[in-house]
Ligand binder design. Structure first.
Ligand SMILES: *Cc1c(COP(=O)(O)O)cnc(C)c1O
Length: 367
């Protein structure tokens, strides 16, 4: 190239490591000529989409020539009915990744500090770095968040803190008392972004509901997604809930048509499909029991998880195990890029999928 385009990019983008998604089943099919692949790598809903959501999306396809409703009126009304959220407290996103980026774009200047934990979701370092902000990474405590360390890391330059509850990839979680004590100690000018992508799955009675805490803490942004328990990862819908001033700021940087018509319609419809959510949670509970029991029988150490996945220590480098599982048509998620080279993350699947994963793992580990 005649011009050094890399030098033209912002310093943040120059040093950026792109997000590595789970391997798509079709890619493995192409590479190894396998069929009947079990993908337990991206925490997707193993039930397939809700029929109610599917019907709504199909109906919306008849209006593909139209721009979607930029305000997302009907979905916001449904969110208000479902969660009691006022529409002017909601920012809709093309997945919750989109709203996480909006938060970074609205609030981060070069030199601002962003706190997150070791083993935090990799999107947080990416959007921090892309904003030329400074990442402050605190050490994990038992694979989860060390809230005292995070509080000690706060300076007058701290603008945002990211916490996923439960955390991905470790599955660890904070209870209500821990989270509230943390928020109580936080300066009001430091915004906590509480990423609740997996909140539906927890059955711990002490598990906090971030949406309930919004009236108590002005410096709180809660993000939710339709990609996991609601089974709509392919359509890309998520939202942020926050006070009206923050919501107005986020909507200033939001692209007006960031959520497609079929996605808006499916998300609105799926909120009514209580049976689908109930089936999702029951499938996850049973699958979690099955997978954890099977993994422990193999002598592996499983990190307790409140999500729809488990992170498991293999006691040896996970890379070769991952490769051998691929050859048996089982896709799990390596987490070496999270500095966990001996672990893999396994999404909870259907009974037969979990069984195949455990069988393949047993073969690979005993070989
Ligand atoms: C899956 C996930 C999300 C959701 O991403 P979408 O863009 O909504 O699909 C957000 N945060 C965490 C921690 C996740 O694991």
């Amino acid at each position: 190239m005649g011009c050094d385009f890399i030098a033209l990019a912002t310093p943040g983008v120059q040093g950026l490591q792109p997000y590595v998604p789970g391997k798509p089943a079709q890619e493995l099919e192409r590479e190894l000529g396998l069929t009947d692949i079990v993908k337990l790598a991206s925490n997707e809903n193993p039930l397939g989409p809700s029929p109610v959501a599917l019907a709504a999306a199909q109906q919306a396809l008849g209006e593909l020539q139209l721009y979607p409703d930029a305000s997302g009126y009907h979905l916001k009304q449904a969110l208000q009915r479902h969660y009691g959220l006022a529409p002017d407290c909601i920012t809709l996103g093309n997945g919750s990744n989109d709203v996480l980026e909006l938060v970074a774009r609205a609030f981060l200047r070069p030199g601002d500090e962003v706190i997150y934990s070791q083993y935090a979701f990799l999107v947080y370092p990416i959007i921090t770095q892309a904003s030329c902000a400074t990442a402050v990474v605190t050490k994990a405590l038992d694979w989860g968040h060390d809230l005292d360390a995070m509080l000690r890391a706060v300076t007058e330059r701290t603008r945002l803190i990211f916490i996923a509850n439960p955390n991905n990839p470790t599955g660890t979680w904070l209870n209500r008392a821990q989270l509230c004590a943390f928020m109580d100690a936080l300066p009001p000018s430091v915004i906590l972004v509480l990423d609740e992508a997996y909140t539906e799955y927890s059955d711990d009675p002490e598990f906090p509901d971030g949406l309930d805490l919004l009236s108590r803490y002005e410096n709180l942004i809660v993000t939710r997604t339709f990609s996991k328990a609601w089974g709509l990862a392919g359509l890309r819908v998520g939202f942020a809930a926050a006070n009206t001033v923050i919501t107005d700021l986020l909507n200033r940087v939001r692209q007006p048509f960031n959520v497609s018509g079929p996605a808006l319609a499916a998300a609105e419809a799926v909120l009514q499909d209580r049976a689908y959510l109930a089936r999702t949670l029951e499938t996850n509970r049973a699958g979690m029991r099955q997978l954890v029991a099977g993994l422990e029988q193999l002598g592996l150490s499983v990190i307790p998880s409140a999500g729809n996945f488990v992170c498991v220590g293999l006691g040896r480098p996970a890379g070769p195990v991952y490769q051998q599982l691929l050859r048996r048509g089982v896709i799990v998620r390596p987490v070496a890029n999270y500095q966990m080279p001996d672990h893999v993350r396994i999404s909870i699947g259907l009974e037969a999928q979990n069984r195949r994963c455990l069988q393949a793992l047993e073969e690979v580990l005993s070989a």
